[in-house]
Design a protein around this ligand. Structure first.
Ligand code: F6R
Length: 262
């Protein structure tokens, strides 16, 4: 795992956007796995800005989002489809037909999940998977005790996740109880992952993900078994890391090291 610690959340979003954009510029036919949430709002605003500055084309890029609430309409203001259109897709030249979000309703979530998984495989898999992390260690909506080899499926959201996402709704009753999420196995099959976390509320989950045991109680710890993961943190999110000075020695102020350190 490459652990990059930047002084501020501002620097994190600039570097994360830069890595995403570099991936698109290196391979215009990139297949990107995308995340939603508060952290990504800043990353996407910066990504839009950098895309315009560099006149970057997204015309041949394919995207797959990690998750979508189940039981709301996809054009509802709180859906992740609406979020993605608003924060990213409406501002770049990506082909709307090449942007995939798990369905938010239907009679057969199992079949919908299998179809989504098949669509990812059909696109050749994810080249770069962008991830945030929940305060309980979830990635996507793979809540604690999710199978570490899981594929796309319907998950019941924990109360902690519903509490954290209440800010996107008017009342707790409106916060969905379920989500269709890609699995940890799906995430692990991506060629590369970029996990972004900022703020002190993420510090305990970040510490457990990087330095704790590999355990379903912290789904993000599965990334310890992925060959190519970059974790971008601000100082607050890195607060609880026991080997923090080591990560800073290898990557002072989040800089790349001269040698590859996986
Ligand atoms: C959502 C997703 C989640 C979020 C996580 C952090 O698509 O993948 O795992 O990344 O819940 O969300 P924020 O950034 O709102 O703290």
């Amino acid at each position: 795992m490459k652990v990059l610690i930047f002084k501020t959340a501002e620097e994190v979003k600039v570097q994360a956007a830069r890595q995403l954009l570099m991936s698109v510029q290196r391979n215009p036919e990139s297949v990107l796995g995308l995340a939603t949430g508060g952290t990504m709002e800043d990353v996407y605003a910066e990504l839009v800005k950098q895309s315009h500055q560099h006149d970057a084309s997204w015309a041949q890029v394919t995207t797959f989002n990690l998750d979508e609430y189940w039981g709301i309409s996809s054009d509802s203001p709180a859906s992740y489809r609406t979020y993605m259109n608003h924060h990213l897709f409406d501002h770049i030249d990506v082909d709307p037909g090449a942007t995939h979000i798990p369905p938010s309703e239907g009679d057969n979530p199992e079949m919908a999940a299998a179809q989504y998984e098949a669509r990812i495989s059909g696109a050749g898999g994810i080249d770069l998977q962008l991830l945030g992390i929940g305060v309980n260690g979830h990635i996507g909506f793979n809540e604690p005790t999710s199978s570490l080899v899981s594929k796309t499926r319907l998950k019941t959201l924990t109360q902690s996740t519903r509490d954290a996402n209440l800010r996107f709704f008017d009342t707790m009753e409106q916060v969905p109880r379920y989500a269709l999420t890609v699995g940890i196995g799906t995430i692990m099959a991506s060629d590369e992952c970029l996990l972004v976390a900022t703020g002190s509320s993420k510090a305990p989950a970040v510490q457990t993900m990087i330095e704790g045991p590999l355990a379903a109680s912290c789904p993000a710890s599965a990334l310890q078994m992925h060959q190519k993961v970059t974790v971008m943190l601000d100082e607050e999110a890195a607060r609880d890391l026991e080997l923090r000075s080591y990560y800073q020695l290898v990557h002072p102020d989040g800089q790349e090291s001269a040698v590859s350190d996986g």
